[in-house]
Ligand binder design. Structure first.
Ligand SMILES: Cc1ncc(COP(=O)(O)O)c(C=O)c1O
Length: 400
């Protein structure tokens, strides 16, 4: 199919066809262009392509057909004009900051974001870029934090690890009212299968492709999706010069991962919803965080801006770190690892791993208590996952 004929197609068709350009070999599955550079017909041709006067691939730090196929497919799924693939989710966030901001600028960021995102934004103070962190779900806090120098707002929804839901349209309105200020949304937890931030008013979508876009825990990668102008003028020049680029092999893995994204996200959501309900009734569990639960304070908002609740569930146990570690050490099916978004279920202790580098004060403000356990619910049979968790929680119940 040509890209034009995809214009009116649905998400699953885009996920399987967008970005696919059959070569002269007439392959059905996209090839991997594992080459660091590309050849020219002549010195004059090389000069013209290098200068950008003629289209063509140059060097895989900034142009590669497999990477481009992934970029086109993800842009189509997010409903964005263009995408830039990066080496990791963190390098997508670095590209965002380096491409957009200068000394003297100010960023407003939700407090509940991935710990390394907090650290990266804080480290920008060395370059004269200030950051204010606000309560994610409190729209008035976003307005109150704006200064005349605010140029970027950044949020994650649902957030890692507590599943707090932020009103994307409301924060986009605040960013717009500020004038020269853009809203970037990390769409890692929902993916475009469950939430499309650009349609809700965001300017830029950030991805850690490492998570659900791959979906099988194989490769590290990231991406920004936004307007063609922002990619061309702000982000591509940084990627070209600094080289936080996605490898063609990883791009191919993500391209294939996208084909099953919608199916997987719906299955992750169903399994996570069932486990969250069950955990909520468990006597050893004091609190469950999942946007799909009737008790979740932003459930109505999640229903409005998402088409599913996702695969991440967090819960708290009494007894702090010792009790949380006991649960983690007691599971057999769940893997103890820092990733999320895999077909295999994962269990993590955020306070000592993903958010362990935050100061104790920042962690407390973000609600990441020592008794918190995060689950990335995979695609196993939910009855088996329930049994595994029940066995791990049993010692807490008996006080043994
Ligand atoms: C929400 C979120 N954003 C960004 C990242 C960073 O992605 P990466 O590990 O691919 O650099 C992570 C990683 O866990 C994440 O959970």
């Amino acid at each position: 199919m040509t890209d034009d004929s995809l214009d009116t197609c649905g998400l699953d068709t885009l996920a399987t066809h967008a970005g696919s350009h059959r070569s002269a070999e007439r392959e059905n599955s996209e090839p991997v262009f594992l080459t660091s550079s590309f050849c020219f017909d002549s010195a004059a041709h090389a000069a013209a392509v290098f200068a950008g006067d003629v289209d063509g691939n140059v060097y895989s730090r900034f142009t590669n057909p497999t990477v481009r196929a992934f970029e086109e497919r993800l842009a189509a799924l997010e409903g964005g004009e263009a995408c830039l693939a990066t080496a990791s989710g963190m390098s997508a966030i670095l590209t965002l900051v380096m491409g957009l901001l200068k000394s003297g600028d100010h960023v407003v960021c939700s407090r509940s974001v991935f710990g390394t995102t907090t650290g990266l934004l804080q480290s920008m103070s060395r370059f004269g870029i200030a950051v204010s962190f606000v309560e994610a779900a409190d729209v008035s806090a976003w307005t109150a934090a704006v200064t005349p120098n605010t140029r970027l707002m950044f949020l994650e929804t649902p957030s890692n690890p507590l599943g707090e839901v932020v009103d994307i349209a409301a924060v986009a309105t605040i960013a717009r009212a500020q004038g020269d200020c853009l809203l970037a949304v990390d769409n890692c937890f929902c993916t475009p299968a469950l939430q499309r931030p650009l349609a809700l008013g965001a300017d830029i979508v950030i991805h850690s492709a490492t998570k659900y876009l791959d979906g099988q825990g194989r490769c590290v990668g990231g991406a920004l999706v936004t307007t063609a102008q922002l990619i061309r003028e702000k982000f591509f020049p940084f990627l070209r010069a600094a080289g936080p680029s996605m490898s063609p092999f990883n791009a191919w893995v993500f391209l294939k991962g996208l084909e099953t994204l919608n199916l997987r996200m719906r299955a992750h959501s169903a399994n996570a919803g069932a486990l969250a309900e069950w955990l909520q009734g468990h006597p050893a569990v004091s609190r469950v965080h999942y946007p799909g639960l009737a008790t979740h304070p932003q459930r109505a908002l999640a229903l409005r801006q998402q088409t599913g609740f996702g695969g991440i569930v967090s819960f708290e146990v009494e007894g702090g770190r010792e009790a949380a570690w006991r649960v983690i050490d007691g599971v057999r099916l769940f893997a103890i690892t820092g990733n999320l978004g895999d077909t295999r279920s994962i269990i993590t202790h955020p306070a000592t791993t993903t958010h362990g580098r935050l100061s104790a004060d920042d962690r407390a403000k973000a609600g990441i208590v020592d008794g918190l356990v995060r689950l990335s619910v995979g695609l196993e049979d939910v009855a088996d996952l329930r049994r595994d968790l029940a066995a791990a929680l049993a010692p807490l119940q008996s006080g043994a």
